[in-house]
Design a protein around this ligand. Structure first.
Ligand SMILES: [Cu+2]
Length: 271
C-alpha cells in the first residue's frame, strides 16, 4: 500500500483496493486537509473458513485469518471505531445488510457466529487496520447459503429521499448533484417523525455520531464512510463521500437514537 498523505490526527487518504473497494477518510475533522485521489494498494491477504453447507437461519461460525503480504498472520490490529474488525454482510441483491464485529482470537484470526436470513449469495466485507499499517485494509469473501434464493428485484433509485423508520424521519441530501469521482457531502438529517422536531441529541455509535456504508448494485464498490464531524449530535450528519464509479448505489446510514441503533437505507443514482 502506498502512503499518499498522512497528517497526525487526520487520516486523509482514499484508496481503491485491489478488490475494487473504495475507501474514504476516517476521523476527519478538517475538510481542506483531504487528499481524495484514489491510489491502489492493499497490505493484507485473507483466508476465510466456513462450513461447506450453510443453511438459512442456522447459526454458522466463520473464521477469517488476516495475513501480511508474506503470508504470515498479522499479530496486532488497531482498535478503530471501538473495534478491531468491522464486518459488513450483504445479500447479492442488497436487500439484506448487517454490520457486525468478529472477535479477535489472536495470531491473525477473527471469528464470528452469525445467521443468514435466506438462501442465496452473500458478500462479507471485513475492514481492519494492522498495527503499523499506513491505513486500513479491506478483505472480502462470498458465501452461498444453500437452497433456492428468493426472487430478487433489482434495486431502483428511491423516488424520494425521505423515509420514516422506527419513529424517526430521515432525509438524505447532497450539497450538489451526486457525481462519480468527486468529493461530495452526503447528509442525513433526522427528525422525530411524530413531532417533526429535529433530533439534536444523537448518541455515539461505535465512537462517532454515525456510520455509513455505500455499495454499488454490482456489489463491487464498497465504502465505509465516517462522519465529517464525529462529535456532532444531529439533526444533520455529514459524510464526505467519493463514489468511484457511475451507477446505482445503496447507502445505509446508522445512528444511535436514544440507545436504539437505527439503520436507514436509500438507493441513489450517481451520474
Ligand atoms: Cu463496525
Amino acid at each position: 500500500m502506498k502512503k499518499i498523505f498522512l497528517v497526525p490526527l487526520f487520516i486523509s487518504c482514499l484508496f481503491i483496493s485491489a478488490c475494487g473497494a473504495a475507501r474514504v477518510p476516517m476521523n476527519t475533522d478538517s475538510k481542506h486537509m483531504m487528499n481524495m485521489k484514489p491510489v491502489s494498494g492493499n497490505e493484507t491477504l485473507s483466508e476465510w473458513s466456513a462450513p461447506d453447507s450453510i443453511t438459512a437461519n442456522q447459526p454458522v461460525t466463520i473464521s477469517i485469518l488476516i495475513k501480511d503480504k508474506h503470508n504470515k498472520p498479522i499479530k496486532e490490529f488497531e482498535t478503530v471505531s471501538t473495534k478491531k474488525m468491522h464486518l459488513v454482510v450483504v445479500s447479492k441483491d442488497l436487500s439484506y445488510f448487517a454490520h457486525i464485529h468478529p472477535t479477535f482470537k489472536g495470531n491473525g484470526r477473527f471469528e464470528i457466529t452469525t445467521k443468514f436470513p435466506a438462501s442465496g449469495d452473500y458478500k462479507l466485507i471485513a475492514e481492519m487496520t494492522p498495527v503499523g499499517a499506513s491505513d486500513y485494509s479491506i478483505e472480502d469473501h462470498w458465501i452461498t447459503v444453500q437452497g433456492t434464493p428468493p426472487g430478487s428485484v433489482p434495486i431502483e433509485p428511491d423516488p424520494t429521499l425521505t423515509k420514516v423508520i422506527d419513529g424517526t424521519k430521515v432525509t438524505l441530501s447532497f450539497d450538489e448533484k451526486p457525481t462519480a469521482k468527486k468529493n461530495i457531502d452526503m447528509n442525513f438529517t433526522l427528525y422525530n417523525a411524530s413531532s417533526n422536531k429535529p433530533i439534536k441529541n444523537l448518541k455515539p455509535y461505535l465512537g462517532t455520531v454515525g456510520h455509513s456504508v455505500a455499495i454499488d448494485e454490482d456489489v463491487k464498490q464498497f465504502m465505509h464512510i465516517h462522519p465529517l464531524y464525529p462529535k456532532a449530535k444531529g439533526p444533520k450528519v455529514v459524510f464526505m463521500t467519493y463514489f468511484p464509479t457511475k451507477g446505482v448505489y445503496k447507502v445505509w446510514g446508522q445512528f444511535n437514537v436514544n440507545g436504539h441503533i437505527l439503520t436507514v437505507p436509500f438507493v441513489i443514482s450517481i451520474n
